[in-house]
Design a protein around this ligand. Structure first.
Ligand code: GLN
Length: 487
């Protein structure tokens, strides 16, 4: 089945004309119609447009364009409902955007298309990317392909589930505090959050601008390198994107990890961690050691403050970013007596409870009298958290941790307890605060029910090559990434 292939497998078959892009696209759409009624990873897909793009790719291939020229030519890739795709709806899985249609392509989408990808479908997510379970979507929850009574993680739950269920070859998500790595771990795929500044956010609806990054979900590490290479690099339309050259990430995947130093932070071995998760991560660490890596215990002393710091900074930035959804410039307007009344009615009706909670928290920590006590202090702690990592990277090449403290939890299990929900990101948040890259790869399964477990590797700023190299070497020594959910 073509939809089950990795990008490298499909492009090899497309390149020697064994199969067509149309056939690959049809296989993905077939899988969507077979499984997505129940999974609900997609909130919409335009099949005619997808097939037209596939036909255009086939034409290019028959005209002689190769995959070394366009590495994603004919590859079906779906995107989270937070990225602009020209002519497609954009809702951030909120009610507030109504019938909004994107007037332009996000830079990432533009680059995927320039690399030949077929960009199709809108993937489910927590409203405005706020959440860890995709239960905050105004379009209904996505189910975990491994166990449909469980959440797929969030906020990019649709992106992870769609890849795990072979509904697309790869997908794109965004990660502000873990939203790529956490759902990748819970659905058993590879999820990469690049260094802050590596990938342009132009055309990404902003949640917390100093934390947001865009990255790929893929079926293996090689594909992650391929997609990252296509979407990275300077973009004058995002002032935070950096002029650092884009390495050929896939060339780093040579299995050579002998002598690399991996730091195991003692602060991450917390109580409350699921014993099967701990066991799987311990075994992965042993495996990497056997392969020649050197394991070093390190300390990231400010780890305890990461969640509290994040839940001040992220809502503060969100409260500012979401002010634009006011019913004047866009949004489903609810008319009111005067302007303030119109704002209140529009926002009251359009935003869901978690988004309102974040706006209220964010407005509070920025308000006079509390700004110094909360926001300013959080910014200082953020600097200390980043410094912890920079100190660690003096001694080690990468940091290794579990991606999540537990496997996927039941739908509804944490919905009434925001604090418990926030704690499911405990291992992923620091990476965004520090602005460093992180990847989650499959490292095992729980026994009963069988649920995926993720291993997280964190790298130096712009050290994507190193974490991809280590992730790839580990992956090649296991078959976790090849196991598929029974759908
Ligand atoms: N779960 C975290 C939150 O709710 C992170 C979300 C994200 O990375 N977009 O804010």
């Amino acid at each position: 089945m073509l939809n089950q292939l990795t990008i490298s497998e499909l492009t090899a078959k497309l390149g020697n004309r064994e199969v067509s892009a149309r056939e690959a696209m049809q296989a993905c759409l077939g899988q969507v119609s077979r499984v997505d009624g129940e999974l609900h990873a997609f909130i919409s897909h335009d099949d005619n447009d997808a097939l037209a793009q596939a036909d255009a790719a086939d034409k290019e291939i028959s005209n002689g364009t190769t995959h070394s020229q366009k590495p994603l030519l004919g590859v079906p890739i779906a995107v989270k409902d937070v990225l602009s795709v020209k002519g497609q709806p954009l809702n951030c899985c909120s009610k507030i955007l109504g019938k909004f249609i994107s007037p332009y392509d996000a830079t990432v989408v533009e680059r995927l298309k320039a690399a030949g990808a077929i960009v199709f479908g809108r993937l489910n997510m927590d409203e405005f990317a706020m959440g860890s379970s995709t239960e905050n979507s105004a379009f209904g929850v996505t189910k975990n392909p491994w166990d449909k009574t469980r959440i797929p993680g969030g906020s990019s739950g649709g992106s992870a589930a769609a890849v795990a269920a072979d509904e697309c070859l790869a997908s794109i998500g965004s990660d502000t505090g873990g939203s790529i790595r956490q759902p990748a771990a819970l659905c058993g795929c590879v999820g990469l959050k690049p260094t802050y500044g590596r990938v342009s956010r132009y055309g990404l609806v902003a949640f917390a601008s100093s934390l947001d990054q865009i990255g790929p979900f893929t079926k293996d590490v090689r594909d992650s390198a391929t997609v990252l290479e296509a979407i990275s690099g300077l973009d004058p339309r995002d002032s935070t994107s950096v002029p650092q050259p884009v390495p050929k990430y896939s060339s780093a995947l040579n299995g050579e990890i002998k002598g690399l130093k991996l730091g195991l932070p003692k602060e991450y071995m917390i109580g409350g961690m699921d014993p099967e998760v701990k066991q799987a991560v311990d075994a992965a660490v042993k495996q990497l050691e056997k392969m020649g890596a050197e394991i070093v215990e390190i300390s990231l002393p400010h780890t305890d403050y990461a969640a509290a710091t994040y839940y001040i900074i992220a809502p503060a930035e969100a409260s500012a970013n979401l002010a634009r959804f006011d019913g004047i410039r866009y949004c489903d307007r609810v008319e009111g007596g005067d302007l303030a009344d119109l704002y209140m009615k529009t926002r009251g009706a359009g935003f869901g409870p978690e988004v309102k909670r974040r706006i209220i928290l964010g407005t509070y920590v920025l308000s006079s009298g509390y700004y110094d006590a909360y926001y300013l202090r959080a910014q200082k702690v953020r600097t200390l958290i980043r410094q912890d990592f920079l100190n660690a990277f003096e001694k080690v090449d990468a940091v290794i941790t579990p991606t999540t403290p537990t496997p996927a939890f039941k739908i509804g299990e944490k919905s009434d307890d925001p604090l418990q929900m926030y704690l499911s990101d405990i291992f992923t948040i620091s990476c965004n605060l520090a602005g460093i890259p992180g990847i989650s790869i499959p490292c095992g399964f729980t026994a009963n029910p069988k649920l995926p477990i993720g291993l997280q590797l964190l790298g130096k700023p712009f050290g994507e090559e190193t974490i991809l190299k280590i992730a790839h070497a580990y992956e090649q020594s296991t078959d976790w990434h090849k196991q598929k959910p029974a759908l």
